[in-house]
Design a protein around this ligand. Structure first.
Ligand code: 4NP
Length: 144
């Protein structure tokens, strides 16, 4: 799960997909395309909305995406078009490129919607992000 800072959207996506699967069946992780928040906990507003739905994401720590992630993961879900474009630039081969997906296309195929960046907005934006990601993760789960 990849966003810009790895403190708002992708930690929620990681927490939600993990909550629907087991660690033995699928390894889920998240990262940011930027380095601003490396080592930081998720944004308190993401921690709060996750807690409201029974998920504890407070032990996650932000990291930056690395080219090695293309070797570790079968799928790399971008939260928005900017993250997607960043991942495309990092990809080394067509096989790497084939792993990159816009996460909302899982629920809304071919529409290329982005999960809005909630960082500078109200806490209601985090509720909105949660529900979009919950729907997308349900679809990922069904495909798996
Ligand atoms: P995220 O949100 O990409 O969903 O983690 C952001 C977090 C931090 C910043 C921007 C977006 N920032 O500019 O620091």
């Amino acid at each position: 799960m990849v966003c810009l800072g790895n403190i708002c959207r992708s930690p929620l996506a990681e927490g939600i997909l993990k909550s629907k699967t087991s660690p033995e069946s699928i390894f889920v992780d998240s990262a940011g395309t930027a380095a601003y928040h490396i080592g930081n906990k998720p944004d308190q507003r993401s921690i709060n909305v996750a807690a409201k739905y029974g998920l504890d994401i407070s032990r996650q720590r932000a990291r930056k995406i690395s080219v090695k992630d293309f070797d570790t993961f079968d799928r790399i879900f971008a939260m928005d078009q900017n993250n997607y474009d960043h991942l495309l630039l990092l990809a080394r081969t067509d096989f790497d490129i084939s792993k990159i997906k816009l996460i909302l296309n899982e629920a809304h195929p071919n529409q290329n919607r982005s999960v809005p960046d909630p960082y500078d907005g109200e806490s209601s934006g985090f509720e909105n992000v949660y529900s979009m990601l919950d729907e997308a993760c349900e679809c990922i789960l069904k495909k798996l």
